[in-house]
Design a protein around this ligand. Structure first.
Ligand code: URA
Length: 267
């Protein structure tokens, strides 16, 4: 194929992808207005590509745009030493800092990659950075973050013992909920972090993290406090600390959930 025909074809494919994503985004917005509080991810989450193939080394090919990498790649089957994890996370962070896969990159002050012990047994996954996280480039540093620190300390651990990351690495404007396209585009970064860190247990904070990693539409009320597996890693979801700030009566449920995490780690 001549290079000008290739260019035209590429333009056509790009236009089609943009229009598909717009349709998806409109549908989610409409569903949200209608009160639907789950994410319809199953039709689009099917990929088996490696992180590099899917995200970093090339612009999104039409077939891969809506696929994620929830399958360990060959590299990820090898357990890394702590220093290898530090190096792998460092390289990944450099790549994520350059990510421009969705519109959120245009408004971010900082990419909020993740923080903590690269060799952590326990990894928390939240939703998306807020104002303070965007400014400081670190997850969970605002009011919800202070509560998360208390939750961690309630089981005899320090913030620095665990690893903390979010589904989205950039702040959605006005702290709105992540949309389906942003989640699809950003998730491979998180999946790769999990592959590198290989925690003993993942604790998802809130609806978005729980639904995304379990690939379900079930409500957080039904998912929380139960053990699941995510790619052979133990998984437990609980309420998001920001929800707890608005609904302090549910704190006791989170204490119960986090004690299950503590007991699992003691086993
Ligand atoms: N809420 C989140 O889900 N993540 C953060 O980093 C901060 C608030």
């Amino acid at each position: 194929m001549s290079s000008s025909r290739q260019q035209t074809k590429l333009q056509e494919v790009k236009a089609e992808v943009v229009s598909l994503l717009k349709g998806l985004s409109d549908k989610v917005d409409l569903e949200r207005k209608l009160g639907v509080d789950y994410l319809q991810l199953d039709p689009v989450i099917k990929g088996k590509m490696s992180y590099e193939e899917n995200v970093i080394s090339q612009p999104p090919a039409p077939e891969s745009v809506c696929e994620n990498t929830d399958t360990y790649n060959e590299e990820a089957k090898v357990e890394l030493s702590k220093s290898e994890k530090i190096e792998a996370l460092g390289k990944l962070e450099e790549q994520v800092n350059r990510c421009a896969q969705c519109e959120l990159c245009k408004q971010r002050t900082n990419v909020v990659f993740g923080v903590g012990n690269p060799d952590a047994d326990l990894m928390f996954v939240g939703e998306a950075p807020g104002y303070y996280e965007d400014v400081q480039g670190e997850p969970f540093v605002g009011k919800a973050g202070q509560l998360l620190t208390k939750i961690i300390e309630s089981i005899g651990m320090k913030r620095g013992d665990v690893y903390i990351a979010n589904i989205l690495k950039c702040r959605p404007p006005d702290n709105r909920n992540p949309n389906a396209n942003e989640i699809v585009m950003c998730s491979p970064h998180l999946i790769r972090q999990i592959e590198i860190i290989r925690p003993k247990i993942i604790c998802a904070l809130g609806t978005f993290a729980a639904q995304r990693l379990l690939d379900t539409k079930e409500t957080i009320g039904k998912l929380r406090g139960r053990f699941f597996e995510y790619q052979s890693t133990k998984f437990l979801a609980t309420y998001h600390p920001a929800y707890l700030l608005r609904n302090p009566d549910d704190k006791k449920k989170v204490w119960a959930d986090i004690k299950k995490v503590r007991d699992f780690l003691k086993e």
